[in-house]
Structures are given as structure tokens and as C-alpha cells.
Design a binder for this molecule. Structure first.
Ligand code: SF4
Ligand code: SF4
Length: 435
């Protein structure tokens, strides 16, 4: 079996949160491959422990992807604040004689891990608006994804578990290797969140509010608990009606949101203050101003850092994006703002603004998370078409066994059992496996 098929059959998708099937990226022809270990969301230590525990597999994975795609140079992009890991990374690069892979230290700013910001920082190339890194000859994979590639290629190991940080307002912050399908409530019991907190999956800035009944998927990098009145929680939970009401009452068109927008600073035609004007004065919602919703990466810098009133161009763009039909944004010649470097948002200042500096502690790594209950495995944990179940209720399955398949030629990857067990329930959306 070739490497692309092995990666597809192992069910590997972007572990950083995007969930794009990795086998597709391996069919491209970049000149540069980047390992994204920026981990720019505040409070997270997922990549930190992935690197500490899997550095050999990460570098091997980067070599495999570079050989498969023909990329001539590789970069291991990681923040300078993680410099304690640099000797480990550099020694492994040396050990594996990977002369064409270089460590690339990033500043401690947000959103350093955004693919387009990362590509610009590392290569100086600007991904065209509405484009993807391969448009400028670059492919980016998360550090955990690269480790998963090695495990799939060398040991035929599929993705049935992943590293997860459980942090924030909890008594026991921790990072663990958690089986896919583990209910959040099992992790919550161990972490012991404080009273009056809200659960966010993903990260403070880009994550979404979830319930204890939700489950760990291939893209669950973190669970973060924040107080109910934290500005990040308010930003995520406010009704769209109140978002628009406050915007109309308070937006003074100061342009701070545009000045600090990372996509605007890469030269893309997105101006968050203009979308607020569109909202306030009912300008043509099919104009290029509203259509810039397709250029917004939902990083939240505008709403959670830039705006003096906590207004949310991010939410407004999300609204327009849902409402409008996609249209063809023409390519333009991009030029980054000459003050781009000075306008990057320092992570420490972002945390101070959100009142979460006191939560910035190094969580303990507790190894494999022990869970003996029923696993709920969603059949779609990736961008693309859902996978189709291939198991029946009452059937015995073993750890790592594929429990779904993909339609031929669809953008899809299968899912696998995280345990030896019995299928308790199957439908088109999920499979439940118990012992
Ligand atoms: S969320 Fe705000 S700051 Fe981020 S890209 Fe969108 S408009 Fe720009
Ligand atoms: S920063 Fe806030 S007040 Fe200023 S233009 Fe943007 S949304 Fe309006």
C-alpha cells in the first residue's frame, strides 16, 4: 500500500483543529513543508507534550511527507517561549540526518499558528486571499498529525487516541492521551472545574462552548474552563441580536479592529470596521465589504483584544458568511502591512486583557487517560463527507479496527475503534462501543 493510502486508511486529519483529511495534502507538490507547533491559543500545552513524547515520530513524519510530496525544505515552527524543547528538536533532526529540516523560532504572539500568518512568518510568502498555503508552494501539518503519519506508515496504527489539554479554571489541570469517543464528562470529573465555569472545546479564542455530553474527536486539542462572566465566554454566548444591538449603539468606527486584524495586515481586502458599518447602516450585504466574510479566519483578535467596547466583527462576519452565497473573490497582488510585525498581538497582553494570566500554569502530563464506559464515535470528524458504518449492533470489535468506510472518491477518512468491545448502537451519525 502506498503512503497516501496508508494515511487515508489510518483516518488521519488535521489534528490542530481544522480536521482536513491529510492524505489530500500528501498528493500536492509543495517546495516547502512546515510542522506547525506554534500552539498559539492561550493556556494550551497539547503540542508541548506531543513534542516531549513523540519527537522522533514528528521528525520522521516530516521526512516522510517531504519525500512523498517532493518538498525540498522543511521547517519546525515553534515559539521561542518553548526554547526548553529546542535541544530535543535539534538533536533529533541531527540524529535523523535531516539536514533539510530547520527549527524556526516564532515570536509569542496570537495567532502565530494561523496557517496564513505562519506561512508568511516562515517563508515571507503571502497566501492569496481565499487561497490555501499550497497556492504559494507550502504545506502545513500540525506536529501531532506528523507523529500520526509515522505511526500509520511504520506500524499501520490508525488514529484512535490523541493528546488533549484540560486547563483553565479547574483544580487539576492536565494533559493526557485520550481515546477518541471519550465523553467530556469523564475528563471533567478528573479535572474538577470550579463553580460557575463554562466549558469551551478548542481554545479560548477560537473554541466553542460545549456540554459534558460531547465527546473527544480527532480534532479535540483542548477543553478550557472559563468563568461565566469572562469576556471570551460572553463573546461566544451572546445572542446575535444582542451582538447587533450593541454594535449599532457603540461602534464608533475607531478602526482598531482593522488595524490589528492579522488578515488585513497580510494585505487581504478585509476591514472589520467596515462590516460593522454595513451592519449599522444597512449597506448592500452583497457588497465586497460583506463578502470579506470569506476572508475572516475567526481568530477573534478584533472582538477579544482590539475593540475597546468588546464588540464582535468576528461574530458579524460569521453571520454574513452563513447568510451569503460564496462568490468569486478576485486574486489581487498582496503586500503585507509594513508595520505587520509591530501590530502582532503579544499572547501575554491578550491573556491580561481576558483576565486569564493567573491560569497560565504548566499542566501535568498524566499519560493514557483511563476510561471504562461507553465510547461514542462520531462518523464525521473531518471536513468532507461522513464515513459509512461497517459494523452491526452486537458485533465484537478490537482496538484499532475500522468501524466505518468511505464512498469512493469522496473527501473522507474512516474512523476506528479505540478499544476492544461490543457495538452497542449504530446509526448514520455515530457508533457506540461498550465493553
Ligand atoms: S476574527 Fe476579526 S481579527 Fe480575526 S480575521 Fe476575522 S475580522 Fe480579522
Ligand atoms: S474596534 Fe470596535 S468600536 Fe472600533 S471600529 Fe471596530 S468594532 Fe467599531
Amino acid at each position: 500500500m502506498n503512503i497516501v493510502d496508508k494515511v487515508k486508511n489510518a483516518g488521519i486529519v488535521g489534528a490542530g483543529g481544522a480536521g482536513f483529511p491529510t492524505y489530500v495534502k500528501l498528493q500536492s507538490k509543495p517546495d516547502t513543508y512546515i510542522c506547525n507547533a506554534a500552539e498559539c491559543e492561550p493556556l494550551l500545552y497539547t503540542d508541548y507534550y506531543v513534542i516531549k513524547n513523540n519527537i522522533s515520530d514528528i521528525i520522521k513524519g516530516l521526512k516522510i511527507t517531504m519525500e512523498t510530496t517532493g518538498a525540498k525544505q522543511g521547517f519546525f515552527a515553534i515559539k521561542k517561549k518553548r526554547k526548553a524543547l529546542f535541544p530535543l528538536i535539534e538533536e533529533e533532526i541531527k540524529k535523523q540526518k535531516a539536514e533539510n529540516i530547520k527549527l524556526f523560532p516564532l515570536g509569542d504572539y496570537y495567532p502565530a499558528g494561523d496557517e496564513q500568518s505562519l506561512v508568511y512568518d516562515v517563508t515571507g510568502k503571502i497566501v492569496p486571499q481565499k487561497g490555501i498555503p499550497i497556492d504559494v508552494g507550502v504545506v502545513v501539518n500540525n506536529a501531532l498529525t506528523l507523529a500520526q503519519i509515522t505511526k500509520a506508515v511504520e506500524n499501520n496504527e490508525p488514529v484512535y487516541r490523541r493528546f488533549v489539554s484540560v486547563v483553565g479554571e479547574v483544580e487539576n489541570p492536565f494533559v493526557a492521551l485520550v481515546n477518541i469517543g471519550t465523553p467530556f464528562k469523564a475528563l471533567i470529573e478528573y479535572a474538577k472545574p470550579k463553580e460557575g465555569t463554562v466549558l469551551i472545546e478548542g481554545g479560548v479564542m477560537m473554541g466553542n462552548v460545549k456540554t459534558p455530553e460531547d465527546v473527544v474527536t480527532k480534532t479535540t486539542g483542548a477543553l478550557v474552563f472559563l468563568k461565566e462572566n469572562n469576556p471570551a465566554v460572553r463573546e461566544k454566548t451572546a445572542s446575535f441580536e444582542s451582538v447587533t444591538r450593541f454594535s449599532k449603539a457603540a461602534c464608533c468606527q475607531c478602526t482598531e479592529c482593522t488595524v490589528l486584524c492579522p488578515r488585513y495586515n497580510l494585505g487581504h481586502k478585509i476591514e472589520p470596521h467596515m462590516i460593522m458599518r454595513t451592519l449599522n447602516y444597512g449597506l448592500d450585504s452583497t457588497s465586497h465589504i460583506a463578502q470579506a466574510a470569506f476572508l475572516c479566519c475567526q481568530c477573534g483578535v478584533c472582538s477579544m483584544f482590539a475593540c475597546p467596547f468588546g464588540l464582535s466583527p468576528k461574530r458579524v462576519y460569521a453571520y454574513f458568511r452563513q447568510k451569503l452565497k460564496d462568490y468569486n473573490i478576485p486574486p489581487i497582488e498582496h503586500k503585507a502591512d509594513p508595520f505587520n510585525e509591530a501590530k502582532k498581538v503579544p499572547t501575554k497582553r491578550l491573556m491580561a486583557r481576558l483576565g486569564i494570566l493567573h491560569l497560565d500554569v504548566t499542566p501535568e502530563f498524566i499519560g493514557e487517560f483511563q476510561f471504562n464506559g461507553d465510547y461514542v464515535i462520531p462518523l464525521k470528524q473531518h471536513i468532507g463527507a461522513p464515513s459509512i458504518p461497517v459494523v452491526k449492533e452486537g458485533e465484537r470489535v478490537s482496538k484499532g479496527q475500522a468501524i466505518s468506510k468511505c464512498e469512493e472518491k469522496s473527501l473522507c477518512v474512516p474512523v476506528h475503534s479505540p478499544t476492544d468491545g461490543i457495538i452497542k448502537k449504530v446509526n448514520n451519525n455515530f457508533v457506540i462501543i461498550g465493553s
